[in-house]
Design a protein around this ligand. Structure first.
Ligand code: ADP
Ligand code: MG
Ligand code: ZN
Length: 648
């Protein structure tokens, strides 16, 4: 891909700049020349006026003259006698014997008469060719050579300084990172999942292929398409794929490339970009992370002149170009809600293509795409991995596949097996194992009970997902232990009961700690955060609380970046909401405790296993769980009560 990546025409030095450097060089060398001449220059004859020359002739003070064109060099007679006889003032300053004076003959003076006159005063006349050779040489050495030298040095300096950003002189020139790719080498085959997005893009490929088919019928071609979706879902990849499929050049620039310190730079970059694109149509102009310039202009915090100018330029360029030529502007962003409305209106980015997080099938296909060049073992089952990675985007999955291959190499295997991939999934999701961190015995016990508490509650509740594995090996991303859950199928909707079960599951870790050790630790902070977020969403967004019913109390701040929500209700209501959230959490916590008390036997047995082995698989977990259940059923009714609830 890098091979045919080349700089756009913008990389050439603009001629205006060269001219400027040349001008500076010429001025500078003339200046230097005159300075040097002033101090070391050759002696130039003092000039006298033509009239004083005539006076000297009349007074017979001149012995000979050298006549070259209209210049006459005058050599006076014996200097001493001359000084006495001459009128004061008729002799020029700085006169020394033997040196001549220079005088210039007026243009319309009668040369023949002058010759006659000189002759009558017995003055020797020497006719000379004007001699400019010395002068030419001097100019050559004194001005032209330094000029060239200065020019070269400055040019070199400019290039150094200007490397990419254009430097001082290059400000306003878009030679920054504007990459034109003749062929992106990416096709739709390389983008898995995202079938809907691809479908809309196929149309765009067709526009670029044969625009005439559309214009013939009178249809106006769309000018721009905006790819919208969470980070890592393949927006950039899709844009490249469109260029690859249409086999047109691909101009790409990131939004932030436009925005520089100086006002007006971005605007001129936009102009440049479109000028180049117009020369190379049909082509695709891709502006990645367009929110950097396309931010809505009416912000409360005052605008940013540079960004606004850039945006305005972009808007007017998009209006200006002729879509019939086959220029397609594509943008990508994960914050569509902050884009300026003017960008989104018809005639600009009028097509919006949603690039969603991949679903189960999408994830399987993405894994397959990235496993294309990886040697796989028979044990690999992409379905299972895809199930375990709900919520992962293409970039994550690509990363996982690569990690798996590296893991396989580390273990000295020639092929990647399922375990490698699962290990990679863990690495991507919770970080690497931190083997050197040694937990005390008590800590291991607490962590074990905490994690088993989560898993056990999930297993007991019918609505919750079964457990894949539990470990208490600390991870680099901060987890001391964790429960890996693999859903049986992918869910797009959650019922209220499911959310409730989730809450109970999240709080079960803390419940187990309190139940067994009669104390609580800091280990539950993450659980508490997640549980609170869900409970709050139930109240404010999902309309799942009796108290507030269907009232929407909060809005999502960003659709794709999960930045949190903003409350849009009065202060009093917000207080009420907090109270309601608190109530829900408390209820769920009590339920978690109740479930654990009822299953105390299983909790102890599984925790003991985990403390010893550090890791327990889902199968081992269920085995112990079933065993305990059977034992309890075998016992008489009172005994069961004794072994379970009696503890509470
Ligand atoms: P973004 O949406 O943030 O622009 P990118 O297009 O840069 O994401 O994706 C980053 C990488 O993730 C890609 O280079 C590719 O390897 C991988 N990837 C993302 N989505 C997909 C997909 N749908 N199919 C295949 N690979 C993908
Ligand atoms: Mg991107
Ligand atoms: Zn926990």
């Amino acid at each position: 891909m890098d091979k045919n990546e080349m700089r756009g025409n913008g990389g050439n030095r603009p001629s205006g700049q060269t001219f400027l450097i040349l001008l500076i060089a010429v001025t500078l060398s003339f200046f230097i020349y005159s300075m040097v001449r002033q101090y070391f220059g050759r002696v130039v004859p003092t000039e006298i006026s033509y009239s004083s020359f005539l006076t000297m002739v009349e007074k017979d003070e001149i012995s000979r003259v050298e006549w070259a064109d209209n210049q006459i060099t005058v050599y006076p007679k014996d200097s001493a006698s001359l000084r006495e006889s001459a009128d004061p003032g008729s002799l020029p300053e700085g006169w020394t014997a033997g040196t001549g004076f220079l005088t210039v003959v007026p243009v319309n003076a009668d040369a023949a008469a002058l010759v006659e006159r000189l002759y009558s005063h017995h003055i020797e006349i020497l006719k000379k060719k004007p001699d400019n050779s010395g002068y030419i040489l001097e100019m050559l050495l004194g001005v032209v050579l330094p000029c060239i030298a200065i020019f070269l040095v400055m040019n070199l300096m400019m290039r150094r300084m200007g490397g990419n950003g254009g430097g001082m002189m290059g400000v306003g020139r878009s030679n920054a990172k504007m990459y034109m790719q003749r062929e992106t080498g990416v096709s739709f085959k390389d983008v898995a999942g995202e079938d809907e997005a691809k479908e809309s893009l196929v149309e765009i490929v067709d526009f670029l292929h044969n625009p005439s088919r559309y214009t013939a019928i009178g249809a106006k071609l769309p000018k721009g398409a905006l790819l919208v979706g969470p980070p890592g879902t393949g927006k950039t990849l899709l844009a490249k794929a469109v260029a690859g499929e249409a086999q047109v050049p691909f101009y790409s620039l990131t939004g932030s490339d436009f925005v520089e310190m100086f006002v007006g730079v971005g605007a001129s970059r936009v102009r440049d970009l479109f000028r180049q694109a117009a020369q190379n149509a049909p082509c695709i102009v891709f502006i990645d992370e367009i929110d950097a310039i396309g931010k809505t202009r009416d912000t409360r915090y005052g605008g940013n002149d540079e960004r606004e100018q850039t945006l305005n330029q972009l808007l007017s360029e998009m209006d200006g170009f002729d879509a019939g030529k086959g220029i397609m502007v594509m943008g990508a962003t994960n914050r569509p809600e902050i884009l300026d409305a003017a960008l989104l209106r018809p005639g600009r980015f009028d097509r919006r293509i949603i690039v969603e997080k991949p679903d189960l099938r999408g994830r399987v296909n993405i894994l397959k795409v990235h496993a294309k060049d990886v040697q796989l073992d028979d044990s690999v089952d992409f379905e299972e991995i895809a199930l375990a990675t709900s919520g992962a985007v293409g970039a994550d999955l690509a990363n996982m596949m690569n990690e798996a291959a590296i893991t396989a190499v580390k273990h000295g295997r020639a092929k990647v097996n399922q375990e490698d991939i699962f290990e990679a999934v863990e690495v991507v999701l919770v970080g690497k194992e931190k083997k050197d961190r040694i937990m005390s015995k008590q800590e291991r016990k607490i962590v074990s009970y905490h994690e088993v508490g989560h898993a056990l509650v999930s297993a007991v509740q019918k609505d919750a997902e079964p457990v894949q594995k539990i470990t208490i090996v600390p991870r680099t991303m901060g987890a001391l232990g964790y429960v890996m859950q693999v859903p049986e199928e992918e869910k797009f909707l959650n019922t209220k009961a499911e959310l409730h079960a989730m809450l109970v599951g999240f709080l079960a870790g803390r419940a187990a700690e309190e139940l067994v050790f009669d104390t609580v630790t800091t280990g539950a902070s993450n659980d508490i955060e997640k549980a609170t977020r869900i409970a709050r969403a139930m109240v404010t967004q999902y309309g799942m609380s009796e108290k507030f019913g269907l009232m929407g109390l909060a809005t999502e701040e960003s659709l794709y970046l999960s930045k949190g929500t903003v409350m849009n209700c009065g202060d009093d209501t917000a207080t009420e909401v907090d109270r309601e959230v608190m109530r829900i959490l408390k209820e769920c916590y009590e339920e978690a405790k109740r479930i654990l008390v009822e299953n105390r036997n299983a909790l102890d047995r599984i925790a003991a296993f985990l403390i010893e082995k550090e890791t327990i698989t889902g199968r081992e977990f269920m085995q112990i769980f079933e065993e305990v259940k059977k034992e309890a059923e075998a016992l008489p009714a009172e005994a069961a009560v004794e072994s379970g609830i009696a503890d509470a």
